[in-house]
Design a protein around this ligand. Structure first.
Ligand code: HEC
Ligand SMILES: [Cu+2]
Length: 477
C-alpha cells in the first residue's frame, strides 16, 4: 500500500499507529528544510505528479489572480475571478514539513483587491491578512505545512461570498511523508455554486447576483467552473482495470456536495480530506463547502460514468455533472453493457439576442437615461455598491445619500472614469479600498450616474455625455 518509507521514524509511526498517515505537527515543525524548488501547478482536471522527495524543502509558489470573462454555460458568459486563469484555481501539491514561500500576484488589469486563505495554513486568516493585494501588486508570505491532508484555498476579501462566488477557490494537497498509495490516474474536480442576475440559461454576459447569493439560491452548480466542463471530449478517462483517484473539493460559497459516481462504488474515500482515516465501499460522500475528499476506485467495466452532486436537481438542471469514460474489454458479469446516455437540457436554452457588440441604445430624455443607467449599474457597479446602493460596511462605500457623490458632480465623473485609491470619508465612515477606473462610453457613464443621482434619495441631477466627455480622466474605450 505505502509507496516509500522515507525514514525509521515514519516506519515506527506506521507500525505503532496502525494506518496513520503523516507525522505529528511537532515533527513537521522541526523537520529541517533542505533545498529550494518551484511548485508544479496544474489546471483542473490535471494534478501535479506525486512527490518523491524524502526530505522537507522550501517550495516557491507564484499564484496569479486574473479576472477574466469566460463561458459559464452555452451562450452564458461570466466574469470569473480566478487563481491562475481558470476555475477552480491551480492545484498545489506539497509535502508535509515543507516551507512554502507564497507569492500572490494580482494582475494589473484586474479591478479588485484579492487575498488568499489556505486551509492548510496555521496562522491568522490562513494567510488572508498577509496577502491582501491591490491590482498590479504582489504579496509574499510563508508558512510551514504542519498537517497533511487535502485542503481548500479561497479568496477572503470582502464581500467574501462574492469573491468565492466568482470562482476564487482551489485545492492544495499536503502529501504525507510516505506518499499516497500508487494509482494509475489522478484527477482534480471542484464543485462551485454560481449566482447570476438572469435565470439559469439566460443568454449573454451575466453579472453576479448578491441577492441570490445571500438567499443561497444558485442558478448554476457546476464542476470545474462551467456547465459541461468535463463531458464529451473533455471527460475524464481511464482504462478498465486501472485505479483512479479523484481529488474533489467544494468551493461553495454556499452549497454542500453529495458527491457520487453513478455506477461506480468508491473503494476508498478519505472523508474531509483527512488522509489518515480512509473509509471503504462508499456510495456517496458529503463534501462541505470549504471542504474536500479523496475518492479512489478501480474501473471494472467500460462505459461512461457520471459524476454528480446527488442532490440531483443540481446535477440535471444546474450543471453539477461530469463524465468519466472508461475503455477496455467488457465483462458481462460485472456489467451488462447498457450505457447511460445523457441529454442535458437546462431550462430556457432558446437563443436570445446577445446584446454584446450591438450598438447601445441612446437616451433622449432624463427618464430614458435613468432607465438605461439601471442596466449599466447592474452590470458594473452593483456587485460592490449593492442593489440598494448601500454598499458594504468597511469595504464599499454607499452611493445612497452619499455626501461624496452628491457634493460634486464633476468629482463623481472623475471617480468613475479615473478610479479611486485614496482614503476617503463617505457619510462619516472611512473607506480605503480600490474603486476601479471604468472604461465605459460617455453615454454609459452619463446613464449610470444619472441613475445613481435619481435613485435612493439622491439629489436628482442629470449627467450628460458631453459633461462626461469634458471631465473624463481615462481615454474613451
Ligand atoms: C469592485 C468594486 C467596485 C465596483 C464594481 C464599483 N465601485 Fe465605486 N467604489 C468602490 C470603492 C472601494 C470605492 C471607495 C474607493 C476608495 O476608498 O478610495 C468606490 C467609490 C465610489 C464613489 C465615490 C464614493 C461614494 O460612495 O460616493 C462613487 C461615486 C462610485 N464608487 C461609483 C461607482 C459606479 C458608478 C460604479 C459602476 C460604474 C462603481 N462605483 C463600481 C468599489 C467599486
Ligand atoms: Cu478575491
Amino acid at each position: 500500500m505505502i509507496r516509500t518509507l522515507s525514514s525509521g521514524a515514519v516506519l515506527a509511526a506506521v507500525l505503532f499507529a496502525g494506518s496513520a498517515y503523516g507525522a505529528s505537527r511537532d515533527e513537521n515543525l522541526a523537520d529541517p528544510i533542505v533545498g529550494v524548488e518551484d511548485a508544479v501547478l496544474t489546471d483542473a482536471p490535471n494534478v501535479p505528479p506525486p512527490i518523491h522527495r524524502d526530505h522537507a524543502t522550501k517550495v516557491i509558489i507564484h499564484l496569479e489572480v486574473r479576472e477574466l470573462e469566460g463561458r459559464l454555460a452555452d451562450g452564458v458568459r461570466y466574469t470569473f475571478w480566478t487563481f491562475g486563469g481558470h476555475v477552480p484555481g491551480k492545484f498545489i501539491r506539497i509535502r508535509e514539513g515543507d516551507e512554502v514561500e507564497f507569492h500572490l500576484d494580482n494582475h494589473p488589469n484586474n479591478k479588485n483587491p484579492h487575498n488568499i486563505d489556505l486551509h492548510a495554513v496555521n496562522g491568522p486568516g490562513g494567510g488572508a491578512a498577509a496577502s491582501l493585494t491591490a491590482p498590479g501588486h504582489s504579496s509574499v508570505f510563508s508558512f510551514k505545512a504542519l498537517n497533511p491532508g487535502l485542503f481548500v484555498y479561497h479568496c477572503a476579501t470582502a464581500p467574501v461570498a462574492m469573491h468565492v462566488g466568482n470562482g476564487m477557490y482551489g485545492l492544495i494537497l499536503v502529501e504525507p511523508k510516505q506518499g499516497l498509495p500508487k494509482v494509475d490516474r489522478e484527477y482534480y474536480l471542484m464543485q462551485g455554486d454560481f449566482y447570476t442576475h438572469g435565470a439559469n440559461g439566460e443568454q449573454g454576459l451575466q453579472p453576479f447576483s448578491m441577492a441570490k447569493a445571500l438567499d443561497e439560491k444558485p442558478d448554476y452548480v457546476v464542476f470545474n467552473g462551467s456547465v459541461g466542463s468535463t463531458v464529451g471530449d473533455n471527460a475524464l478517462s481511464a482504462k478498465v482495470g486501472e485505479t483512479v483517484r479523484l481529488f474533489v473539493g467544494d468551493g461553495g460559497p454556499n452549497v454542500t456536495s453529495s458527491f457520487h459516481a453513478i455506477g461506480q462504488i468508491f473503494d476508498t474515500v478519505y472523508p474531509e480530506g483527512d488522509l489518515s482515516a480512509p473509509a471503504h465501499n462508499v456510495q456517496t460522500t458529503a463534501i462541505p463547502a470549504g471542504g474536500a475528499a479523496v475518492t479512489e476506485f478501480k474501473m471494472s467495466a467500460p462505459g461512461t460514468f457520471i459524476l454528480v452532486d446527488h442532490s440531483l436537481e443540481r446535477a440535471f438542471n444546474r450543471g453539477a455533472l461530469a463524465q468519466l469514460k472508461a475503455t477496455g474489454p467488457e465483462d458481462k458479469l460485472v456489467y451488462s453493457g447498457k450505457q447511460f446516455d445523457l441529454v442535458y437540457q437546462p431550462e430556457g436554452t432558446g437563443i436570445r439576442v446577445v446584446t454584446q457588440g450591438v450598438q447601445a441604445p441612446v437616451a433622449h430624455t432624463k427618464d430614458e437615461r435613468v432607465k438605461l443607467g439601471a442596466d449599466v449599474f447592474t452590470n458594473n457597479c452593483q456587485a460592490c455598491h449593492q442593489e440598494n446602493g448601500e454598499g458594504v460596511p468597511n469595504a464599499f462605500p454607499p452611493l445612497a445619500k452619499s455626501d461624496y457623490l452628491n457634493g460634486d458632480k464633476i468629482r463623481a465623473i472623475k471617480t468613475v472614469t479615473g478610479g479611486l485609491e485614496t482614503k476617503l470619508v463617505v457619510n462619516g465612515h472611512e473607506f480605503n479600498g480600490v474603486m476601479p477606473a471604468w472604461s465605459l462610453s460617455d453615454e454609459d457613464i452619463a446613464d449610470v450616474l444619472t441613475y445613481v443621482y435619481n435613485t435612493w434619495g439622491n439629489s436628482g441631477l442629470e449627467v450628460t455625455p458631453e459633461e462626461v466627455n469634458s471631465h473624463r480622466i481615462q481615454a474613451k474605450p
